[in-house]
Design a protein around this ligand. Structure first.
Ligand SMILES: [Zn+2]
Length: 167
């Protein structure tokens, strides 16, 4: 069972769950089942990640809602089969994560290799306003961007969002 399922089971059992620092606070009208509490405590770290608002302004549940919404739009409005809709939704999450967790760097120095600008080796701005620019040599962009994508994939996987089907 995943943290998402543990959270759902607890809510279905009437437990109200909140996050206070690194702890979960629970509230219920009647004493919840020991099995539900056991599930929550086993998935505590992941449940906190789902509920806590991250530095990008969204909690794990916000990310999951965004994913579900995008998948639904692609499937029902876009007419895609479910697996392709999920691929599309995952790509939307990556883009959104990169936008919400921008990297900016000052001009004149490459964020990829740390090198500076030379006559035939320009350091170029990547990214869009209002997010801001990361400055890189064009040859350094691929590796840097792949690293950023990997960061997004890792962050999303902590919320149980992953690429279930290859594109
Ligand atoms: Zn470079």
């Amino acid at each position: 069972m995943s943290a998402v399922q543990a959270l759902k089971a607890a809510r279905d059992a009437g437990v109200r769950i909140d996050v206070d620092g690194d702890a979960l606070t629970l509230d219920a009208d009647t004493a919840p089942d020991a099995a539900v509490l056991d599930l929550l405590s086993r998935h505590k770290v992941e449940v906190i990640l789902l509920l806590r608002t991250g530095s990008d302004g969204w909690s794990g549940e916000d990310w999951r809602a965004f994913y579900d919404e995008r998948a639904g739009i692609a499937e029902f409005n876009g007419g895609l089969p479910r697996d392709q809709a999920e691929v599309r939704a995952f790509a939307c999450c990556i883009t959104e994560w990169l936008n919400r967790n921008p990297v900016r760097s000052p001009p004149g120095r490459c964020l990829g290799c740390g090198g500076s600008e030379h006559a035939h080796d320009a350091v170029l701005p990547f990214g869009t306003e209002p997010i801001g620019h990361a400055w890189l040599h064009s040859r350094c962009w691929d590796a840097w961007h792949a690293g950023r994508n990997a960061e997004a994939v890792a962050a999303l996987s902590t919320f149980g969002i992953s690429m279930r089907t290859s594109p």
